[in-house]
Design a protein. Structure first.
Length: 284
């Protein structure tokens, strides 16, 4: 495991000609405003937006990184506080400040950690976390803090969180990650760890999105690639000819694909697969 900072690891990735597709998929490319705008226009953000409250209010973007989600929230009318402890001008607080300055969007940057949020109880209508909870030093405390700063009726949405099936899968995931060997900052939890922590924060989970439920999780894979994957699973059970007939049948093809996606969520036990969670803070 290397001793680089997160910023240095990302810079190495950006300088590797063979990793440019990954750089763009992770929105690490420049100009930052163009990358942020591409995220705002993405299918991932469109699908996330369908879960968000209809009326924008005060949003906390937790672990905001270089600010692409903060930008998207602000473009959609939210008053955004971006929490990012890393000071980096490439992937941290200074990048967000530059983005806010260039765009004039209402984004306030706070450099602090999720376990000790410097905000009053009930400060936010929304806490948004993209690829954040799996980095928490203390997952339970982070979720308690999220619950504390949410207003009653407020929402937390946590997307693209790495999940493992059993503790011994963690090292397999870390060994496969393209950056962990450089800076050592990756992690993953079991699904039950996430759900327990979220509920311990006083929140009610209303949606748990498994890996193949939504492009929120499976991006940068395309719908066609997911279709092919599901068709492959079905073909192993029925043969390719029957499987193709089933999924292309105009009467029940969509239902078959939906069942295939659900089955794929069960079959796929790959370490580090992505889940997303939507939760609310009950009134009273």
């Amino acid at each position: 495991m290397g001793g680089l900072t997160w910023s240095q690891a990302v810079q190495m990735l950006r300088e590797d000609p063979e990793q440019q597709a990954l750089v763009k998929a992770c929105y690490y490319d420049d100009p930052l405003q163009e990358a942020a705008d591409r995220f705002w226009r993405s299918l991932e953000w469109k699908l996330i937006s369908e879960y968000l409250p209809n009326v924008p209010g005060d949003a906390l973007d937790l672990g905001a990184g270089r600010g692409i989600s903060s930008y998207a929230l602000a473009r959609d009318g939210w008053r955004v506080t971006a929490l990012e402890p890393d000071p980096s001008p490439l992937v941290g607080a200074e990048a967000i400040r530059s983005l806010a300055g260039e765009t004039g969007l209402p984004i306030q940057v706070v450099s602090d950690y999720s376990e000790t949020l410097p905000f009053l109880d009930g400060s936010f209508d929304l806490v948004h976390c993209r690829q954040v909870l799996h980095h928490a030093q203390d997952l339970l405390q982070t979720c308690r803090e999220i619950g504390r700063v949410l207003k009653p009726g407020g929402m937390m949405i946590a997307t693209r969180e790495h999940v493992i099936s059993k503790p011994e899968d963690l090292q397999t995931f870390l060994d496969q990650h393209p950056l962990h060997h450089l800076y050592g900052g990756e992690n993953a939890f079991m699904l039950r760890d996430y759900t327990h922590a979220i509920r311990s924060g006083g929140l009610s989970i209303i949606h748990t999105l498994a890996p193949f439920d939504s492009a929120i999780n499976y991006f940068p894979a395309t719908d066609q690639q997911i279709y092919n994957l599901c068709l492959g699973y079905l073909s192993r059970l029925t043969g390719k000819r029957i499987a193709t007939h089933l999924v292309t049948n105009s009467l029940f093809g969509n239902r078959v694909l939906e069942l295939c996606r659900k089955a794929s969520n069960t079959i796929n036990q790959s370490p580090g697969r992505l889940y997303s969670f939507v939760a609310i803070k009950p009134h009273g």
